[in-house]
Design a binder for this molecule. Structure first.
Ligand SMILES: [Fe+2]
Ligand SMILES: [Fe+2]
Length: 201
């Protein structure tokens, strides 16, 4: 069953409310089906679910990181986007879609970042993103799990936002989590100064 995509109200979400293509992504039937499949596969998962709330958090953190570092202009220049509005929609859409392929990993063992980048293509096309914009987004989704040589700027931001989005300190499963220490270190380092190259997971 499809879940309703009600977004937590924040400064960032208020900022993207007027961005029409994000609204289309959020209501895309295939996207909603993927979220439902993620939910079904993670019904018994105790921590780090890949649900809509996680997607929104990653979008919001990515936007904050990019805005604070002047990254919207960097994206416009390096990726040849049409302007700030396009860059903002690209960043937000990448966060919303980055784990849509997680259910496929449970079913087949395929890397969810690779599967998700392919799945996201049709959603982005239906939402009206250009080929260039969709290319930036799908590449970042493909690169969101780990640092890679030549990783794109948005791929690095998405990877960092993904780690920062997890409330590890208050997680009931932290004692059983193999990544707890690593995640807490990332948060400390980020507070001390922006950490641009996420380490391999
Ligand atoms: Fe992921
Ligand atoms: Fe994620």
């Amino acid at each position: 069953m499809r879940q309703a995509c009600r977004e937590p109200e924040t400064k960032v979400s208020r900022g993207v409310r007027g961005l029409g293509r994000i609204g289309v992504v959020r209501k895309d039937p295939f996207y909603l089906d993927c979220l439902s499949l993620n939910g079904e596969r993670e019904r018994d998962r105790l921590f780090c679910r890949h649900d809509y709330r996680h997607m929104v958090l990653v979008s919001q953190i990515s936007c904050k990181v990019i805005k604070q570092t002047g990254g919207l202009n960097i994206l416009v220049k390096t990726e040849g986007l049409s302007g700030i509005r396009s860059a903002l929609e690209v960043v937000y859409a990448a966060g919303l879609l980055h784990d849509m392929g997680r259910w496929r990993q449970y079913d087949t063992g395929e890397d969810h970042a690779l599967a998700g980048s392919v799945m996201a293509g049709s959603v982005l096309e239906r939402a009206g993103f250009s080929k260039r914009e969709a290319g930036v987004i799908t590449r970042a989704i493909r690169e969101h799990r780990k640092a890679l040589p030549g990783q794109s700027y948005l791929g690095r931001v998405l990877c960092l936002a993904d780690d920062l989005s997890r409330p590890c300190g208050s997680c009931g499963a932290r004692l059983d989590c193999y990544k707890y220490e690593y995640m807490e270190n990332i948060k400390k380092e980020t507070l001390q100064g922006m950490r641009w190259m996420p380490v391999r997971r």
